[in-house]
Design a protein around this ligand. Structure first.
Ligand code: NAI
Length: 284
């Protein structure tokens, strides 16, 4: 997709961080933008700020991306108000740590719903719409560098992000094989300065654990603080948005932000092909 002026973008997780920066970039490209987010107050605040800056081609739609009906409503609102959808960012996501056996069913359900089911719903709902339009379109699914690496103590998050990478690789090939006018990219950011560490703010009450979580050990506290500090020093979302648009224009399947992770990706690939066990790393 090369031509963005006057076209329509739908962005999930648009009230904060990466989604908010993508919204601003789409507006700067002359697009109309449907902003979807579960956090209504933050969404309304973002709209207010954008309108104060003179941007009016915005439609906020409160959406829980884990729920199919809400994604269907999002598509309908976009089509009813703007007539079509050309660019879809399946971006909403939540962080969450823990190993596979200590994470509760509710922990798993929350992270799988927001990070992976959301993308599955998004593709099932929006791809048929784009096919029917028969216009040039593009889909960007936000995974993470955690979807390219084997890391430790982030079982739920890593599973969803590896899932989003696999889903987008298959999507890309299937769209190409059928000669459809839809491009696909998987965004695999490194550390970006957003509110991801504060993801719990949007956890639905029904998915909050009944039992009070065990207090973090000193080591875990220190790890969390170090990660928060690294994120603060991370790339600004506005810079990432520029990288993403360059990737869309180039119809690039893999969009990365930090090549510092490439040696680790290569080590993992090498481990797989040579049957070598990984050494413990603690990244993302
Ligand atoms: P953020 O916390 O600043 O923004 C995430 C947005 O998603 C928030 O506005 C939040 O309200 C929304 N959201 C959460 N649950 C939702 C739900 N059920 N339905 C709809 N919206 C929901 O975090 P950030 O970093 O901007 O996250 C965006 C994406 O980037 C996520 O998929 C995340 O996994 C990914 N990512 C972020 C990295 C980072 O370093 N910040 C690195 C790699 C990937």
């Amino acid at each position: 997709m090369q031509d963005f002026t006057g076209k329509v973008a739908v962005i999930t997780g648009a009230a904060s961080g990466i989604g908010r920066a993508l919204t601003e970039k789409c507006l700067a490209e002359g697009m109309q933008v449907v902003m979807a987010d579960i956090e209504e107050k933050a969404l309304q605040q973002a709209v207010k700020e954008l309108q104060a800056a003179g941007q009016n081609a915005i439609l906020p739609v409160k959406t829980n991306v884990a729920i199919l009906d809400e994604i269907e409503n999002l598509k309908q609102q976009a089509v009813d108000n703007f007539g079509a959808v050309h660019l879809l960012f399946n971006n909403a996501g939540v962080g969450g740590g823990g190993n596979a056996w200590d994470s509760t069913e509710k922990d798993w359900e929350w992270v799988l719903g927001v990070n992976l089911w959301s993308v599955i719903h998004g593709l099932r709902v929006f791809v048929p719409q784009m096919i029917a339009q028969d216009t040039q379109c593009h889909i960007v699914n936000t995974a993470s560098v955690a979807g390219l690496l084997g890391a430790s103590t982030n079982a739920g998050y890593a599973v969803t992000k590896h899932g989003v990478v696999a889903l987008t690789e298959i999507l890309y090939r299937d769209l190409e094989a059928q000669n459809l006018k839809i491009g696909a990219s998987v965004l695999c950011p490194g550390l970006i300065d957003t509110r991801i560490m504060d993801s719990g703010r949007n956890r639905p009450a029904s998915l909050i654990n009944d039992e009070v979580p065990a207090a973090l050990t000193q080591e875990q506290e220190a790890g969390r603080a170090a990660f928060a500090a690294a994120l603060k020093e991370g790339m600004k979302p506005e810079q990432l948005a520029e990288i993403v648009f360059a990737g869309i224009r180039a119809n690039q399947l893999y969009i990365q932000t930090h090549d510092v992770f490439n040696p680790m990706i290569l080590t993992r690939a090498n481990n797989i092909t040579t049957g070598t066990n990984p050494s413990p790393i603690n990244l993302i």
